[in-house]
Design a protein around this ligand. Sequence first.
Ligand code: ADP
Length: 194
Amino acid sequence: MQLIFMGPPGAGKGTQAQLLAALWKIPHISTGDILRACVVAKTPLGLKAQAYMDAGDLVPDQLLMDIVQERMNQPDATSGWILDGFPRTVPQAAFFDKLICDVSGGAGSTSGKDCDLRAVNLDVPDDILVSRLLSRGRQDDNEETIRRRLQVYREQTEPLIEFYRNREQLVAVDGNRAMELVTAELQQALSGDS
Ligand code: ADP
């Protein structure tokens, strides 16, 4: 099971990813969590990332690519994973495609269709997202930063929906419902075939 969870900030992807990863006994890999841990530990990466995160901007692609490449090489990531918060830009998606598909598709394969990958998009309207994020109260959850993160999402991450739809890897789910209903729909959509 190789899953990417997309969706705007506040869509509930972290919550759903954590739940389903526990259920399916595969690692939940959240680039936001990894970055926040680096910030807390004041590693060189964390020091570089912090200003971007506090402003609601994306951390530069190259840093994320290094993080993800290293994480995907860990022994627990061989049989499957849920990747939460990555890819978030077209260059990140192209990089990731190469990273995981080189193995099955061989050098020069760019189809992506050979991979056992699915990309879940959780859709939620903006006004609901803002109120959810304001009540969550994480350090980067103030109104100005939230608005910036939504704008960044629409500009840089939303184009990935088409990217994965074109590859017939997209699973679109309405995230504006009770958490348990969203979980049930994801389970049904993802665990059957594959
Ligand atoms: P949310 O989805 O609620 O915005 P995340 O925990 O996924 O929160 O990410 C928090 C912050 O970490 C983002 O606003 C961004 O600055 C940074 N970040 C996480 N993943 C990426 C990524 N793939 N590319 C660039 N920046 C990222």
